[in-house]
Write a protein that binds this ligand. Structure first.
Ligand SMILES: [Zn+2]
Length: 319
């Protein structure tokens, strides 16, 4: 079964652990495991942890770091050109598949690195970035992050955040609301003219974490034609922080009930977390996840939508 995973942090591992590579590694994602998972396309996030930088211009340093990370990712894709190639739109995913290759889609996780400059957005687009997660867990030039404090959670997009959403629509980049405040989420839905993505977020009704989506948000995202990728990070899946494929299937089933069969996608967050316990630790185990979900009574066509069809539809409409 073809799989599209909307979020992983494997590129960060390469940055932090020199000598590692995409072909074969001990991380949650490498080419061998992706192949086993039937990967059609993998979104690779350039996550920029800006607080690791010192000095006044941490956002500027973050932008430079992002460019290096993009370069690092591209090196892995060219070193392994027999198996994978970058894709910037639907046609390139299909072209890669026909050539027997998996696709890599580059994203930015931490829109603050734009540092108030639209020229940086244009350059990232030129570099092949096709999705931006507007915030991570800190306030930035675009808006405010998810929070357990009610007032902070209601803060919306900043003026530059609104401009960026509109320009991303024009350029053909996916706007990602994962990590954003609830107020920011509602602003993105208000200003975006294209389907919106929550690349790695679950249902808050099943796991009460501010990173997850409320029923109202699921409903509104689905109405907008958007999708959400089910996140495998145990802390966002179940309050016990110990999870199995059954807990993941619970989120799929719930999000399907609230958002419909065109709403659910996969957004594993692999290589982006260490906390909690899970029986699923790498992408090579996606067949186990598939079986657990399928057992809930979904048809082959619904499973196909969850695994890749919904993501492909949004990519085709937006990029
Ligand atoms: Zn994340």
């Amino acid at each position: 079964m073809n799989l599209i995973d909307l979020h992983c942090d494997t590129l960060l591992k390469f940055m932090w652990e020199p000598g590692t590579n995409l072909r074969e590694n001990n991380f949650s994602i490498d080419l061998a495991k992706m192949k086993k998972a039937g990967s059609l396309a993998q979104f690779f996030a350039c996550f920029i942890f800006v607080k690791r930088f010192q000095g006044e211009d941490i956002w500027e340093q973050g932008y430079e770091h992002a460019l290096r990370m993009i370069e690092r990712g591209k090196k892995e894709f060219s070193d392994n050109a027999d198996q994978i190639a970058i894709a910037r739109n639907y046609e390139e995913i299909i072209k890669n598949k026909e050539a027997g290759k998996m696709s890599a889609i580059l994203t930015i996780e931490e829109g603050g690195i734009l540092n108030g400059k639209m020229s940086y957005l244009e350059e990232l687009y030129r570099q092949g970035i096709r999705l931006i997660t507007l915030t991570w867990n800190w306030e930035n030039c675009l808006g405010y992050p998810n929070s357990r404090e009610e007032a902070a959670m209601q803060m919306g997009l900043k003026p530059f955040g609104i401009e960026v959403v509109e320009r991303m629509n024009e350029l053909g980049m996916l706007v990602d609301v994962s990590h954003l405040s609830d107020g920011g989420f509602w602003d993105v839905l208000k200003y975006s003219k294209k389907p919106v993505v929550a690349s790695h977020s679950n249902a808050r009704a099943l796991c009460n974490h501010p990173r997850n989506l409320t029923d109202e948000m699921i409903h509104a995202l689905a109405e907008n034609g958007g999708i959400a990728g089910v996140n495998f990070y145990p802390l966002f899946v179940h309050e016990s922080n110990k999870i199995t494929t059954e807990h993941l299937a619970d989120h799929v089933e719930y999000m399907y009930r609230k958002g419909g069969e065109d709403f659910v996608a996969m957004g594993t967050d692999f290589d982006g977390f260490d906390d909690g316990e899970s029986t699923i630790t790498h992408i090579g185990q996606m067949d186990e996840v598939f079986d657990a979900i399928k057992k809930r009574g979904f048809t082959a066509s619904q499973m196909d939508k969850f695994w890749s069809g919904n993501a492909l539809r949004v990519i085709k409409e937006s990029l």
